[in-house]
Ligand binder design. Structure first.
Ligand SMILES: *Cc1c(COP(=O)(O)O)cnc(C)c1O
Length: 232
């Protein structure tokens, strides 16, 4: 993609984020853009960084390793937004500032072990399967609180909030209740005041529905297509 076109798309997305925040009385600074760069070649990602992108979200460990290595001189933050297998935890803790997709005690335990080895406290979000679709990753809402309590005992992972992927994510009309449900769950867990848990983040909203997500309280929106075009 041509640099100018990429820049214009990025500016456009940032404007839409700002407008969505202002329209519902939120501080636009409270919503951060995670640019979803899976399958996007490193040259294009470099252009995005030069155009001002600060957070990149990758979905596959091997692909991310190569890209992050090549682009290591840039002061950007890398987040993991794909499905993470426990046997890849050792790579994930080295590569990512935040992992959005923790949904089991087994995975959290492995991340804790691997983060300890490199003397790091790994920031994570808990992925919640709000819509309870069997094909989807994420813990069910009713089990989230228990999982977070268990994870709170680990010294090398720190839960910062929740993440979800609603169904029908290209139909912004009907996703609102799923985002609202995630925010209500956040409130509920906050009220528990679990030691070592700071539930400030809500990672929700993609190209098709990020404005709705912002209205419902998103602090991270994960956007790829609106910036890079359709993935091939
Ligand atoms: C690819 C991806 C996105 C970005 O989706 P777009 O529709 O291209 O904006 C967001 N979140 C996750 C988890 C993804 O895998």
């Amino acid at each position: 993609m041509e640099f100018e076109a990429l820049k214009i798309r990025l500016i456009n997305v940032k404007e839409r984020i700002k407008k969505a925040a202002v329209d519902c009385g939120r501080d636009p600074e409270s919503v951060r853009l995670v640019v979803a760069s899976k399958t996007i070649p490193e040259d294009t990602v470099r252009e995005a960084i030069k155009a001002g992108v600060k957070i990149l979200g990758e979905s596959y460990i091997q692909e991310a390793r190569d890209k992050i290595n090549i682009l290591s001189s840039y002061p950007v933050s890398w987040h993991f937004i794909g499905h993470l297998q426990s046997n890849k935890a050792k790579y994930a803790v080295k590569l990512f500032d935040m992992i959005h997709t923790v949904d089991s005690l087994k995975l959290a335990k492995e991340l804790n072990k691997q983060a300890k080895k490199i003397n790091k406290i790994q920031k994570i979000l808990i992925q919640v399967n709000i819509s309870m679709e069997s094909t989807k990753s994420g813990i069910y809402e009713e089990d989230a609180q228990k999982l977070i309590k268990e994870i709170s005992l680990f010294e090398h992972v720190s839960v910062k909030g929740l993440m979800t992927m609603p169904p029908f994510f290209n139909n912004s009309e009907i996703v609102g209740p799923y985002f609202l449900a995630l925010r209500n769950l956040q409130d509920k867990i906050r009220n528990e005041a679990i030691k070592n848990i700071n539930m400030q983040e809500l990672s929700m909203g993609m190209t098709g529905d990020f404005e709705v997500a912002i209205k419902e309280g998103a602090t991270f929106v994960r956007i790829g297509t609106a910036i890079f075009g359709e993935r091939s």
